[in-house]
Design a protein around this ligand. Sequence first.
Ligand SMILES: Cc1ncc(COP(=O)(O)O)c(C=O)c1O
Length: 363
Amino acid sequence: MPRPIHALIDLSALKHNLSIVRKHTQNARIMAVIKANAYGHGLLSTAHALRAADAFAVLELDAAVRLREAGVYQPILLLEGFFSAADLTVIKQYHLSTVIHHQEQLAMLFTAKQKNKINVFLKINTGMNRLGFAPEQGLAVLETLRVNSLISQITLMTHFACADDPFQKDEVNQQLSDFFTVFRKHHLPCSLANSAAILRYPETHADWVRPGIMLYGASPLIDKTAAELGLRPVMTVSSKIIAIQHLTTRDKVGYGGQFQAEQPMRIGVVACGYADGYPRHAPTGTPVLVNGQRTRIVGRISMDMLTVDLTKIQNANIGSPVILWGNKLPIEEVAKSAGTISYELFCALSSRVKILTVTNENQ
Ligand SMILES: Cc1ncc(COP(=O)(O)O)c(C=O)c1O
């Protein structure tokens, strides 16, 4: 029998969350962001569940090829574009769209031997200062792309740094204004909004929105829960109690003996550790569900195990089900306790954790 840990992926929750995006963005088309193995949820099953999306975005060329070979017919955008001329050959062969964000890519594009046309998303840096051309520089690049016969559709794009935070509205407005001041008159399709901007700033929706985290049922906003936004969790990571320990006062638990019992306690050992993707820095007190009841992690997380307080959960025993995050235990709560964000927990799920898919239509 395999170790009892697994991640259950609720495909109907993915569809539901896509419908929430649609509700917020009636006129924009939806490009579902499924990079990093669909934020750890499984690339192909996620793309299949989200087949009503208008396009997909990934970073990894091999993921884009897998999507095409699995029959995905919608546009597929490479969010960092290409890294070599050889990538361009694959992009053209599989009819992929590409971001262009620096001059070297332009040079590769214009010296490519192939004659097939290509769709490009011209990335404009409006303040994130990661990828993209400054607006005025982007304007010059736009002119060279427009007269190039190898380019078919041009879409203008930027990315917000602070849309999740209600106190950083000015930052978003500045990015928006820097973008549209230069590009509004060009009447080209535009793509700006990630999940947070979709929910908080309708004025950013434009032609294409790019939701990621909200599709997976986690809140992109620091001041609202997923449930308040009508989102349903897609991933539930579950395991079981595999051992029970009875502590007397002053007994310690785990590596470093960091947790010490102040009274007699019952401790459950759970088959889940940092090699499964559970954050090692989650402190004592991080929430967890055992037999559906809320309790806390105690002591250090080890590679393959963690320990939970069962003192008040009398009916818990070896084999009792444990939920690490997901259904009835929002991932944001676990992430906050561990000093991280839901994105990191999703993406860190280890390949040794089996992914099972389920469809819960009637939730
Ligand atoms: C360029 C770009 N657009 C959209 C997204 C989706 O963002 P979110 O998951 O916050 O919706 C990402 C994710 O990092 C991104 O890099």
